[in-house]
Write a protein that binds this ligand. Structure first.
Ligand code: CA
Ligand code: CA
Ligand code: CA
Length: 408
């Protein structure tokens, strides 16, 4: 006898198939009679013999409870089975219930989502351990799974998206619980950071502003925030434009990494280094001549600065003749400063160091003297260096000194 295989049936599925065997009669020639014991549809006597091998109890309004079906067979010769077959079964018309006990966060950054569900059958007709579950993750797969016995349900391979986990519990009679659902969202892609205009390498500013932009699969660009790390220490979370106030003088590094609404952080971000310099350099000359030949005067300049290296300092100059003062020249490296002195006469030369931040020495070096064409110079070029002139002056002074000594 088969049917209600698990020993449980819903009123609408209580059907049994019978199969007999005999030493002489063909199987198909056997006939069967049955009787039912239980809270409804019970009969004290066996039914009339019939060759029908299906016993259908679905039409007799079975109520929930325990039943025993007894079936006996009869062969063509009229011999009736002495020890009839029995089948105990439980009719269960009440659905179980199900609860979702463990879920991923409503806003998850994981590829996987783990659920734990627990079902309970009405009046515990089906024990909790015998319940099965079918589930689906709407947004990932829409069809319910095959029944599973394990109440721990793991879903993997979730791309960024919105999902609803749905589950139903099934008792042994086949009753399904109402569906329970849990909506959750996943974002497991980090945003990408970019910066519109990089911070200039050198600045004199008190505060730094960074026009960060970013893009993300789920978070709108305007809603993105940024983790700002200054000099590997201080981390601030802020919206663009990013403002870093009260930056001290010196070399700094700043890393900007976008963070999306789910907390995913750009793993690389944008790294910038810059120098803040608010102190002007000092200008120095190794000699201060007062006499200049006509031609190009190349001073030997050695400035100092808080941050700009000496060989990176540049210099501007201007020349005053009478009441006429030239514009400050374009800053040039020390070796490239060439001051053209064309006309004889008094001259004032001012030279000011300029640092990498563009700050100019507010107290320039001042040279005042006379320009005079060097006599006895047969140079074809008019190039005369300040050092040459100084050496010449020193030599002349030495000659003068020797003459005086001779006279003495
Ligand atoms: Ca039930
Ligand atoms: Ca994202
Ligand atoms: Ca400086």
């Amino acid at each position: 006898m088969t049917g209600a295989r698990t020993g449980y049936a819903m009123p609408e599925t209580a059907r049994f198939n019978v199969l007999g065997a005999d030493n002489f009669s063909q199987t198909a020639a056997l006939s069967f009679g049955n009787k039912l014991a239980g809270p409804s549809c019970a009969s004290t006597d066996f039914s009339a013999f019939s060759k029908n091998t299906t016993i259908d109890l679905t039409h007799c309004s079975l109520i929930d409870g325990a039943y025993k079906l007894t079936v006996r067979s009869r062969d063509e010769a009229g011999n009736v089975e002495e020890s009839p077959s029995t089948r105990d079964f439980m009719v269960d018309s009440k659905a179980p219930s199900v609860e979702i006990m463990q879920t991923p966060p409503a806003r998850s950054t994981e590829l996987a989502a783990d659920f734990v569900v627990i079902g309970q059958d009405f009046n515990n007709v089906t024990a909790a351990k015998d319940l099965h579950y079918m589930f689906r993750v709407r947004g990932l797969f829409e069809e319910f799974s095959a029944p599973v016995a394990d109440p721990s349900i793991a879903v993997d391979g979730l791309p960024s998206g919105d999902y609803t986990f749905e589950v139903t519990a099934i008792d042994l009679a086949g009753n399904h619980s109402p569906i329970k659902g849990y909506a959750f969202s996943v974002d497991n892609l980090a945003p990408v950071t970019s910066v519109g205009t990089k911070v200039p390498n050198w600045t004199t500013a008190e505060s730094i502003t960074i026009d960060a932009t970013g893009s993300d699969d789920r978070t709108d660009s305007l809603s993105l925030e940024y983790l700002v790390t200054l000099d590997n220490a201080q981390i601030t979370r802020m919206r663009a434009p990013l403002s870093l106030p009260n930056i001290t003088e010196g070399r700094h590094s700043v890393r900007v990494a976008a963070i999306d609404d789910f907390g995913n952080v750009d793993p690389t971000g944008v790294l910038m280094a810059f120098n803040v310099d608010r102190t002007a350099p000092e200008t120095a000359l190794d000699r201060t001549p007062t006499k200049f030949g006509t031609g190009t005067f190349r001073p030997t300049l050695t400035g100092t600065d808080n941050l700009t290296a000496q060989d990176e300092l540049r210099y501007s100059y201007r020349v005053t003749r009478g009441s006429n003062t030239s514009e400050w020249s374009e800053p040039a490296l020390a070796g490239d400063v060439a001051i053209m002195l064309k006309e004889n006469g008094p001259v004032k030369i001012e030279i000011a160091a300029v640092d990498n931040a563009g700050l100019i020495d507010a107290t320039p070096v001042e040279l005042s003297g006379i320009v005079k064409a060097a006599s006895g110079c047969s140079c074809s070029s008019q190039e005369t260096t300040g050092e040459d002139l100084m050496s010449f002056a020193a030599l002349a002074g030495l000659v003068l000194l020797l003459r005086r000594r001779r006279k003495a």
